[in-house]
Design a protein around this ligand. Structure first.
Ligand code: A3P
Length: 273
């Protein structure tokens, strides 16, 4: 047993595993790992380290199984989990509501164009013989053709469609939308919003972050399990391939109406051109 657990037991405090009261549901490549690592610095937050994939793949295993995947918590500590595929899973909203209709839902969103390129970059890193982005993004692999909305990296960026499904089960007030762009530029400001939303004291702040110019991203001075400064792993903050600006523009035009719809639904203008 861990020294921490032993300490609690000796104090007569019994940590218990709880189902999460907040979930980071998406979006893939939005900055979900960064958000989880940043919020779990908070002493009143305990997080499942890896993605549990309960509401998509492991639902038949039942809530008891899910609870066992959660870290032990003391009274007053909040349990959180992140699995970005929940956002796009059809059954997830109903299932989460069934677990607890007051679950708080965090969604990190990012410009769908860069998100698509990020998603593609990740896919190529696993499957180097993949066709170029420029070919996969259009039907018939041709620039003159229409954008292939059935291709995962493109489809996932139509946030308004997925959000509409969630809004059938949860009021807007139970969501917090975090700008993936602002999470990079000013993590402390976004974390302030997150802590307020979760009803936590403002503990995570400017003093936890420093900008690592080699990595090009904010990193942490210290956090649970790390007593020294550290950044997220190599798979976070990858270099993206060069994409012809004409193709980027085609994608921007494609997403514009969906982005506007998403701004209307959330009441937030994320500023994606
Ligand atoms: P890239 O690798 O394309 O840059 P997720 O964790 O949801 O998969 O998101 C990954 C993305 O998080 C990265 O995409 C990166 O842009 C973003 N990110 C945000 N803050 C970061 C940070 N502090 N360090 C590294 N990546 C960060």
């Amino acid at each position: 047993i861990s020294p921490k657990y032993k300490f609690f037991r000796e104090q007569g405090l019994r940590p218990m595993r709880q189902l999460p009261s907040a979930l980071i549901i998406g979006v893939k490549k939005g900055g979900t790992r960064a958000l989880l690592e940043f919020i779990r610095i908070h002493p009143d937050v305990r997080a499942a380290g890896s993605e549990v994939h309960f509401f998509d793949k492991n639902y038949p295993r039942g809530f008891q199984w899910y609870r066992q995947r959660m870290p032990p918590t003391l009274e007053g500590q909040l349990t959180i989990e992140k699995t970005p595929s929940y956002f796009i899973t059809k059954e997830a909203p109903r299932r989460v509501q069934h677990m607890n209709p007051s679950t708080k839902l965090l969604v990190v969103v990012r410009d769908p164009v860069t998100r698509a390129i990020s998603d593609y970059t990740q896919a190529v890193s696993k499957k180097p013989d993949m066709k170029p982005f420029e070919q996969l993004v259009f039907l018939n692999s041709s620039i003159g053709s229409i954008v292939d909305t059935s291709w995962g990296p493109v489809k996932l960026g139509i946030y308004s469609r997925y959000l509409a499904r969630w809004l059938k089960y949860f009021p807007l007030s139970q969501f917090l939308f975090i700008s993936g762009e602002r999470l990079v530029v000013d993590p402390a400001v976004e974390l302030k919003r997150v802590q307020d939303f979760l009803g936590l004291k403002r503990v995570v702040s400017e003093r936890h972050f420093y900008f690592n110019s080699t990595k090009g991203f904010p990193c942490l001075f210290k956090s649970e399990g790390h007593s020294t400064p550290h950044c997220l792993g190599k798979t976070k903050g990858r270099n993206h391939p060069y994409i012809d600006p004409i193709i980027v523009q085609r994608l921007r035009d494609f997403y514009r109406p969906f982005n506007i719809r998403f701004y209307q639904m959330t009441g937030i203008n994320f500023g994606w051109a």
